[in-house]
Design a protein around this ligand. Structure first.
Ligand code: FES
Length: 159
């Protein structure tokens, strides 16, 4: 993509928020991950245009930003659902039935892991251990731990 084709995808308020992250830590670049978390929250993904603008704000290369976006699973390059469900498939959760939870989500939402429903409401993905082994099989919705994935809890989440 050329610079001429770049379209700023952020509102003035969002630009202020991104710039604020350059001042939160001793070195501006230390705020980059937090800025990208904000972008993921606003756009439900981080697009090439997002990467380019963020790179400019943090005075770094787009490649460096892209490396972070593709390394950390919390960032996606295509939009997630507004409700992003995560199913832990670590050992404790696998033994407690995480596969059944995944099959239930696939059937009820009609999309495979990593896909988003047509209305943009839901997406689901498998996660590594999220540190809630006592609640196996553990699920989270957006960034919030929902604990044990009982049938009732899944119903409530999907309503
Ligand atoms: S294995 Fe699922 S939370 Fe630890």
């Amino acid at each position: 993509m050329t610079t001429a084709a770049l379209k700023n995808p952020f509102t003035p308020e969002q630009m202020k928020e991104l710039e604020r992250w350059t001042k939160e830590y001793p070195y501006p670049i230390m705020g980059l991950l937090e800025a990208l978390r904000s972008v993921q929250h606003w756009h439900l993904c981080v697009t090439p245009d997002d990467e380019a603008v963020v790179a400019g704000i943090f005075k770094t290369t787009r490649m460096r930003v892209h490396e972070l976006v593709t390394f950390f699973p919390m960032f996606t390059q295509t939009p997630t659902g507004r409700r992003r469900l995560g199913v832990c498939h670590g050992l404790s959760c696998a033994m407690a039935g995480a596969k059944d939870v995944c099959k239930t989500l696939e059937k009820r939402l009609g999309v495979e892991e990593g896909e988003t429903t047509k209305d943009g409401e839901f997406s689901w993905e498998e996660l590594e251990c999220i540190g809630a082994c006592d609640y196996a099989p553990a699920i989270q919705v957006n960034d919030e731990l929902q604990g044990k994935a009982t049938a009732e809890k899944l119903d409530a989440v999907l309503e």
